[in-house]
Design a binder for this molecule. Structure first.
Ligand SMILES: [Zn+2]
Length: 444
């Protein structure tokens, strides 16, 4: 739940908070509507990254039957809109802005139209491949996108009391609960990209509906029980065509389903996925008083911050899979250190603080915030880093194919635009991270 009761007045942070409301959110809205005169760049040299336009709002219009055409963009393009909407919620909490709220309310009306009668909400599969729904979970990002929408709904409802967005979210979560779970006839599986777990727990905290907490518990405990799950599940897909090129060869470690999460000793695979998983784990540990889960969180936390994190708070040592590699493997010139991964580390740290008021969590949060989060945006609010380098040799960024991801100048937008709206939602909700309440004490 979003429940901050303070306002940040420090000039340093005020400048960021104002920048997001005044520049970044309007800019991102124009990008999502393909109205910005910008060059969208691929985050690295790869043929499969769609970088002609965003098309994210248009995808929803097509799915809603308002417009005609094909889906464009990454299969998870919807999440760009959801993260933007969540950022708008927090910006409105900072400062009432009727024009901005009107735009956001319009987006919610559009989402309601794009939602299918059974609650399903995803533009790619609705427009292009309804027969492939939930058939290729390791690539589809369907529950990942659902999670980002639910987070936006929790944030927006908390600030504006817009019932429509909460109704869409509950209908979507109820639908997912109908399809996934341990009962016979349901899919005994989970998404290739964690996010739904933490989102369902946020929805539980808001609605107090136990069903959402139970479903998050199922997703977390099911993960890794069968490391071949994704391979086996793919056989149900009527098409052999990947929905994301280049992911076919990734091993279970990439998706953190190589073993049950309670048995995972080290952070493996895609760094953002690990962080969203750990955030969900820490939330569940708190909400269920789950000691074993808390121990697993502490184990992964220790491995990350003592052996697999850069001095900047950046995580992810390789561009291949945007992933962790091995203890103490922290090259400065080929690192990944994605902005989203550091944002995820802050989510994880914040939830660890709620379990255990220990300053180490706040220290890491601050380290990442100052070094690999705010450096992810330029001070015009309109240019962003996807990866946050520690060492750059400009000629090599252009000539060494192993360093095409190490940019020397922040692009305006990316083919895979996960980071810019993630920055917007974190920085506009920064007051959530300034203090921790435990029993009758406030820690700041
Ligand atoms: Zn990102």
């Amino acid at each position: 739940m979003f429940e901050n009761k303070i306002k940040i007045t420090a000039p340093f942070w005020q400048q960021y908070i104002n920048l997001i409301r005044e520049e970044m959110l309007p800019f991102q809205w124009s990008v999502l509507n393909d109205e910005a005169d910008i060059k969208i760049e691929k985050e690295r040299d790869a043929d499969h990254i769609p970088a002609e336009k965003s098309h994210a709002i248009e995808n929803f219009k097509i799915a809603a039957g308002i417009s005609k055409g094909k889906h464009y963009g990454m299969v998870f393009q919807d999440s760009d809109v959801y993260k933007w909407l969540e950022a708008v919620a927090y910006a409105l909490h900072q400062h009432q802005d009727n024009a901005l709220q009107k735009i956001a309310d319009g987006v919610i009306d559009l989402l309601a139209k794009a939602q299918q009668s059974d609650g399903y909400l995803n533009t790619y599969f609705t427009i292009e491949a309804p027969e492939r729904r939930y058939k290729r979970l390791y690539q589809s990002h369907e529950l990942y996108c659902a999670g980002h929408f639910i987070e936006a709904a929790v944030g927006y409802y908390s600030v504006t009391k817009n019932q429509k967005i909460l109704d869409i979210a509950c209908k979507l979560a109820d639908h997912i609960d109908d399809v996934f779970g341990s009962e016979d006839g349901k899919i005994h599986g989970y998404d290739g990209h964690e996010e739904i777990e933490l989102a369902l727990l946020r929805l539980f905290e808001l609605t107090k509906n136990d069903k959402y907490k139970k479903l998050a518990n199922f997703f977390l405990y099911e993960r890794g029980k069968n490391p071949n799950f994704f391979k086996e599940q793919q056989k149900t897909d009527p098409s052999t065509k990947p929905v994301i090129e280049g992911m076919e060869s990734f091993k279970p470690e990439y998706y953190q389903n190589h073993k049950p999460i309670l048995e995972q000793e080290t952070a493996e695979g895609h760094a953002v996925r690990v962080m969203y998983m750990c955030t969900g784990m820490a939330m569940l540990a708190r909400l269920n008083n789950d000691e074993k889960m808390f121990e697993a969180c502490k184990r992964l936390w220790k491995n990350i911050v003592t052996k697999r994190m850069y001095i900047t708070g950046g995580i992810g040592s390789t561009v291949i899979g945007e992933a962790f590699t091995a203890d103490y493997d922290l090259p400065n010139d080929t690192m990944y250190c994605e902005t989203c991964a550091s944002i995820g580390l802050i989510f994880f740290a914040n939830n660890m603080l709620k379990l255990d008021v220990d300053s180490q969590y706040a220290d890491i949060m601050e380290k990442a915030l100052y070094n690999t989060v705010i450096d992810g945006m330029a001070l015009d609010g309109k240019h962003f880093f996807y990866v946050n380098p520690l060492e750059v040799v400009p000629q090599l960024s252009h000539k060494d194919p192993g360093k095409s991801h190490v940019k020397t100048v922040r692009p305006a937008w990316f083919g895979c635009a996960c980071c810019p709206p993630n920055l917007a939602r974190l920085l506009s909700s920064l007051d959530e991270y300034m203090y921790t309440v435990k029993d009758d004490v406030i820690y700041s």
